[in-house]
Design a protein around this ligand. Structure first.
Ligand code: ISL
Length: 536
């Protein structure tokens, strides 16, 4: 909204539960975030995105909201929020909120008072309500089991694409939409700078709610019939005419490039950018637990398709990590600081707005979960209940809790996150990987990320340059150029543990080496996990 200021911005995602605990109750909070603002400002990020801090039974770690216009006591108060927001603004940063309006908590007062704001359906004809298989459709929930919960009292079922404590709102009802727009205006009037919109491409459903193949109803709720109409209405009702610089980013599982062009075409007034999922879905089968090794050629191909598809209209968001994904340095890297730098370099030099997830700038890794008792996430716990102990290797590799262990501030107990007992154990590697050490070491992942952010702020080619993928079939080297008004950048990274010969024009070795993760050897051979950026 208002120009395209966000094209040169870098966004930092905070997962408040796990960021910084000021009061020793083991859960991060708003005052904890406030105490860390100078760290974020030193990193150089422009925008902070807060995962949900609203009152919530915390069934899905805050993505089940029971009051949209308050703060959960575990995180603080509205006064704490206002103080945090002014601290963010005082440092020249912005703050966006998580907007979770595909569903509420079943403990939101709306769920009892406003039955027709949700999706209710009778049992399948001829079946006894409440018995297995009698659900209105065969849809499966993202968190295992059917997407329908039986309600004894009314004898009907309600739809929940996520947990049974997250009933889906019925956006067909105009009262629902107006209530949400009013709530969004309330936050903007309070001073927030925009929203990250949770599963926003699921708000329009085919009202017939037909059965889907194998229980997959996604054809009837992903980018449904009225999705563009709803987002355009939201834009008019909430954002249009506001003079401030705002940011909207829609989380959209299953979105295609063609749809993303429509969602992000500024002329259509929908959202500024979307989170797509192709690049984080390529290392598994139809189920996220069916894990496969990374195919780098396929990763480059999908990234390239998104770069090309949004080159002239629309805009990309760029991310490796968030609170739902395992840590990229463990997933697409080998867990080392060098791999963290290489992956960061590749991502940040694409065209689009980069998102950093807390701890990514330290090279934080997946966690050494041993038994199911080490996990906290409903998705992992439900999957284990359904699939049994054989699910553990996949949970360890891909479980969302990998992203949710405490932010590693220092080498002290619990990584300096809390003086109490953390709600989930800190990764023992905080003795080696932590912010205190990283900030004082000019060669750290942290300082590399700081330089990447600085390059975006100072080199227009990073923001605006055309993107050309090189060596698409090379299984180890990720290389591309960017070009803008006579400036050309070459990015090349060896995303493997073996030396790799980069088949690029050796004349590039005479260009200015803008960023490098290893000492300059003026060679087209890249050392394991080495990354370089040249400019000419
Ligand atoms: O995490 C996922 C992969 O298992 C996704 O399916 C994820 O559930 C999906 O991306 C939607 O995520 C968002 O909505 C969920 C919430 O649990 C996630 O944390 C949130 O990012 C429901 O609100």
């Amino acid at each position: 909204m208002t120009g395209s200021w966000w094209k040169s911005a870098v966004v930092y995602q905070i997962y408040p539960r796990s960021f910084s605990d000021s009061d020793g109750d083991g859960v991060g909070d708003l005052r904890g975030i406030e105490e860390r603002l100078d760290y974020l400002s030193a990193l150089g990020v422009d925008v902070l995105w807060l995962s949900p801090v609203y009152p919530s039974p915390q069934d899905d770690a805050g993505y089940d909201i029971s009051d949209y216009q308050d703060i959960d006591p575990v995180f603080g108060t509205l006064d704490d929020f206002d103080r945090l927001l002014s601290g963010v603004h005082a440092r020249g940063m912005k703050l966006i909120m998580d907007l979770v309006v595909n569903h509420t908590s079943d403990e939101h007062p709306w769920f009892r008072a406003k039955r027709d704001w949700y999706w209710w359906r009778p049992a399948r004809p001829g079946m006894t309500p409440g018995t297995p298989g009698a659900e209105p459709t065969n849809w499966r929930s993202f968190f295992s089991g059917p997407a329908w919960e039986y309600d004894e009292e009314s004898g009907e079922y309600y739809l929940h694409l996520f947990s049974r404590k997250q009933p889906d709102l019925n956006w067909e009802n105009p009262e629902v939409r107006q209530a949400i727009y009013a709530m969004m205006r309330w936050w903007l009037d309070r001073g927030v700078d925009g929203f990250r919109m949770d599963v926003i491409n699921m708000i329009s459903k085919d009202p017939a709610l037909p059965d889907g193949p194998g229980g997959d109803g996604s054809a009837f709720y992903l980018c449904g019939p009225r999705i563009h109409e709803f987002l355009q209405e939201m834009h008019r009702e909430v954002f249009a005419g506001r003079e401030r610089e705002l940011l909207t980013v829609g989380e959209m599982p299953g979105v295609t490039v063609d749809q993303a062009v429509l969602f992000t075409d500024p002329a259509r007034g929908e959202v500024d950018m979307v989170f797509q999922f192709e690049h984080v879905n390529i290392d598994h089968g139809p189920s996220k637990w069916d894990i496969k090794p990374l195919d780098l050629v396929a990763l480059k191909a999908t990234m390239n398709r998104w770069q090309a598809g949004l080159a002239s209209v629309g805009w990309n968001s760029l991310y490796w990590n968030n609170h739902d994904q395992p840590r990229v340095v463990s997933r697409y890297g080998d867990g080392s600081p060098l791999a963290a730098k290489a992956l960061g370099t590749v991502l940040h030099l694409h065209r689009g707005t980069p998102y950093i997830y807390q701890g990514e700038e330290l090279g934080m890794t997946n966690a050494p979960f041993e038994t199911i008792a080490d996990f906290r996430d409903i998705e992992s716990i439900n999957h284990y209940a359904e699939a049994g102990p054989s699910a553990l290797p996949a949970l360890r590799a891909r479980g969302r809790d990998n992203a949710r262990t405490p932010m590693q501030w220092d080498a002290s107990p619990h990584a300096g996150f809390t003086t109490g007992t953390p709600w989930i154990a800190a990764n023992p590697n905080h003795k080696e990987i932590n912010a205190a050490d990283a900030v004082s070491d000019p060669d750290s992942v942290f300082h590399h990320y700081r330089r990447l952010i600085d390059l975006r702020h100072t080199e227009p080619c990073v923001v605006h340059g055309d993107f050309t993928l090189l060596l698409p079939d090379d299984p180890s080297v990720y290389a591309f150029t960017r070009s803008y008004e006579g400036t050309e950048l070459l990015v090349m990274a060896n995303l493997s543990a073996e030396p790799a010969q980069a088949a690029i024009d050796p004349a590039w070795l005479d260009a200015e080496l803008v960023l490098a993760t290893l000492p300059d050897e003026r060679s087209t051979t890249l050392r394991p996990w080495e990354a370089r950026v040249y400019r000419r």
